[in-house]
Design a protein around this ligand. Structure first.
Ligand SMILES: Nc1nc2c(ncn2[C@@H]2O[C@H](COP(=O)(O)OP(=O)(O)O)[C@@H](O)[C@H]2O)c(=O)[nH]1
Ligand SMILES: [Mg+2]
Length: 247
């Protein structure tokens, strides 16, 4: 059996963390001959996130590995803590909200059966079962709050393709999966939301191809706890440019 390490950075997610962990442990990967290793990092949450994770861990006896930062250090730092602890063959990032569907790990993992595949991203903009994803995403009830993030994501994707010669459709996706040996070999410096552009830049610069598979997406609003904002978009753009010339 191979192991999928699922890294979950959580910051003030008391509303969603239990349901999310429930959905993650419910995923059965045995048809693909994988076991799960679930690594949750509470990043100095000031609400009841840590308490809820601990209660869940006790209830489900060692089903999850729990680490915490005593103060908030940012999503990137939390992910890097998770990468250092991961022992699996493949590492996948899972946000601590309900925007993505853990049942789709099966879809993300499938391409790795080809030994030549190193990196797989879930894309929110390729069609699943004949549904036009682009119009679906834009017609959501969350349209207003999501529109800005949507266009920021399109610009980041276009920039990635332009400066790294890639052909991807969704750079800012949360579902990013890597062969562990590759992810662990990258010199990552990110502390916040720049994890995404930094890792994208560094895998492409090393010549790895990013394979994409269609996934679903159920965006949340700022009222529901969304934390990323327009400043993170500008920073992401800067990071893509910077790592074209640095490492
Ligand atoms: N560890 C950590 N995670 C964070 C921080 N801020 C946000 N997150 C997590 O990052 C994930 C994504 O946040 P979200 O606001 O939904 O942004 P988006 O999904 O990238 O649009 C969630 O799981 C958050 O809990 C932080 O300061 N530290
Ligand atoms: Mg999210």
């Amino acid at each position: 059996m191979a192991i999928l390490s699922i890294i979950i950075p959580a910051y003030n997610e008391e509303q969603f963390i239990e349901e999310l962990l429930q959905r993650v442990i419910a995923v059965d990967l045995h048809s693909l001959f994988y076991e799960k290793e679930i690594i949750v990092i509470d990043d100095g949450s000031t609400d009841h996130t840590a308490k809820k994770i601990r209660a869940f861990q006790q209830k489900h006896k060692s089903a999850i590995h729990f680490f915490f930062h005593s103060v908030n250090k940012g999503k990137g730092t939390a992910i890097r803590t998770g990468i250092a602890k991961a022992t699996g063959n493949i590492i996948l990032i899972q946000d601590a909200d309900l925007e993505y569907d853990p049942q789709e790990y099966l879809r993300i993992l499938a391409p790795f059966s080809d030994p030549a595949v190193s990196v797989v991203y879930g894309t929110r903009y390729l069609s699943v079962q004949d549904v036009d994803k682009k119009s679906l995403v834009l017609s959501r009830k969350y349209k207003k709050s999501y529109l800005l993030a949507y266009f920021a994501g399109r610009i980041l994707t276009w920039t990635t393709n332009f400066i790294y010669g890639a052909h991807i459709t969704d750079e800012a996706t949360c579902y990013k999966a890597f062969r562990a040996s590759i992810l662990k070999s990258l010199p990552l410096h990110c502390t916040g939301f720049e994890f995404c552009p930094e890792v994208t830049a560094k895998v492409l610069k090393r010549g790895y191809k990013i394979v994409e598979v269609p996934i679903s997406y159920d965006p949340r609003t700022y009222d529901e706890g969304k934390k990323i904002n327009y400043k993170d978009g500008f920073e992401a753009l800067w990071i893509l440019l910077k790592y074209r010339f640095m490492d």
